[in-house]
Design a protein around this ligand. Structure first.
Ligand code: PNS
Length: 172
């Protein structure tokens, strides 16, 4: 009898995907039979990248990783995990400051669906200070995000900056 495949969900906003996320996904892909990167469709937020762009980016980055899937989800994470037959939710823990919120989410998810386990993974130490929020801020203020995000994210950001500069020049 063969064991059923171990499917893990790695949920998040991924706006944008950072090298810290890539590190966690790569570690998860070694640990589980399949890891599903699940991008939350959150109508309240005004995102930097549309959900479609975020899916495209993650699929590009993991094009050579057959056990990494990328999808969007909405509603309760545990409902989505059940739908995908995933027994595990993966979350990254960068520092103690992440712990309180992550524990609340993990215990709420356990309350809602006791059969699903949350597994925390630590990224490489080079990524412990990295967050999507800071990447957005650095980019918005004209800083370089090289080395912080995958090249495809950096390319898209630079294209936006060039486009914004062009339309500014054309208005003058
Ligand atoms: O990248 P983020 O913004 O830290 O990810 C947060 C995310 C998407 C994991 C979280 O907001 C989530 O699971 N949302 C789905 C709604 C839900 O299930 N809420 C109740 C469980 S805490």
């Amino acid at each position: 009898m063969s064991a059923s495949p171990r499917v893990a969900i790695y949920p998040g906003s991924f706006d944008p995907l950072t090298n810290g996320h890539v590190d966690i996904i790569s570690r998860g892909a070694r640990l589980f039979d399949r890891i599903v990167v699940a991008i939350l469709l959150n109508p309240e937020k005004s995102p930097l990248f549309t959900p479609t762009e975020r899916v495209e980016i993650a699929r590009e980055v993991f094009a050579d990783a057959p056990n990494v899937e990328v999808e969007t989800f909405h509603g309760l994470l545990v409902d989505y995990a059940v739908q995908r037959q995933a027994a595990v939710i993966v979350r990254g823990l960068r520092a103690v400051s992440d712990f309180e919120f992550e524990m609340q989410m993990a215990l709420m998810n356990r309350h809602l669906s006791p059969e699903i386990e949350t597994v925390f993974m630590m990224p490489g130490e080079a990524y412990t200070y990295l967050s999507s929020r800071l990447v957005k801020e650095v980019f918005a203020l004209g800083g370089s995000v090289a080395g912080l995000v995958p090249p495809s994210v950096e390319r898209r950001l630079l294209a936006r900056r060039a486009q914004a500069a062009d339309s500014f020049a054309n208005r003058r």
